[in-house]
Ligand binder design. Structure first.
Ligand SMILES: O=C(O)[C@H](O)[C@@H](O)[C@H](O)[C@H](O)COP(=O)(O)O
Length: 253
């Protein structure tokens, strides 16, 4: 495993091996935080990441993980009804959440009856309650919530969450959760965690597979010098950052 200023970089021969390692990584963190905090706060993105989590809901992890202590959040969500094909909640529910014995009250979907702005405020209020009740940790360094792990994908343009290159939201410093109504990736209306929250995490896995991401992986981790940082290059957590790449995504490194 290579260690750089941008975190640990792991390259797997195939997406299949990446998925196996990602399952072990997540299960190991689950064990650690369930022991330490009696809870495990997990933040997921949408996109192809969800498929790469498939091995967590297979033996041995399906039986060994204490799912009752999991709390699941979304780093970003499209503002659509929960049963809409664009919903990140629905994607995670179908592939993952419907297969694990997690208490329904530990799955923090957005309020899909609200506007983007309303849903972002509502999600932030929900996080504030969970910090008060110690379900979600708080960073002593930043004062922002400190999630145990964020499992994040990256777009081919270098976006993470719904923080897109060149968009002013990447500079948000105060809010925990914000909204976007002009997302370059459809649908237009989304809510997203901000960088202060993302970067207060105890652990972040950046999960990137496929040749379509090779250029941006090279731009992010290679030696190309560009003055404008891509959103993915602004991921710099207080805790540990680990990249999970398959060979195709790493092919230009
Ligand atoms: O709503 C979304 O689109 C996702 O949450 C987003 O942040 C995703 O993680 C990236 O766009 C990567 O998606 P892919 O892995 O499918 O390219």
């Amino acid at each position: 495993m290579a260690e750089t200023v941008t975190g640990k970089v792991q390259v797997f021969d195939s997406e299949e091996e990446l998925a196996a390692s990602l399952a072990k990584y997540t299960a190991d963190l689950s064990e650690k935080f369930c022991k330490e905090r009696d809870a495990f706060t997990v933040v997921v993105s949408g996109g192809s990441l969800i498929k790469s989590l498939r091995k967590l809901v297979e033996p041995p992890y399906i039986d060994s993980i204490d799912w009752s202590k999991w709390h699941v959040f979304w780093v970003d969500e499209r503002v659509v009804p929960k049963d809409h094909p664009d919903s990140n909640y629905l994607l995670a529910y179908d592939a993952f959440l419907s297969k694990i014995p997690i208490p329904a009250g530990h799955v923090y979907a957005i309020n899909d009856a609200l506007s983007a702005e309303g849903a972002a405020d509502d999600y932030e209020t929900c996080l504030k309650h969970l910090v008060k009740s110690n379900v979600v940790d708080i960073s002593k360094e930043s004062g922002f919530p400190r999630f145990d792990v964020m499992l994040l994908g990256m777009g081919p343009d270098g976006h993470v969450a719904s923080l897109f290159p060149g968009h002013p939201l990447v500079h948000e410093k105060e809010k925990w959760v914000t909204f976007i109504k002009d997302s370059p990736k459809p649908p237009l209306d989304r809510i997203t965690f901000t960088f202060p929250v993302i970067n207060s995490s105890a652990n972040i896995a950046l999960v990137v597979a496929g040749a379509g991401k090779a250029d941006v992986v090279h731009q992010s981790l290679g030696d190309s010098k560009s003055s404008d940082l891509l959103p993915v290059q602004m991921v710099s957590p207080e805790g540990e950052l680990v990249w999970f790449l398959d060979k195709a995504a790493a092919s230009k490194l």
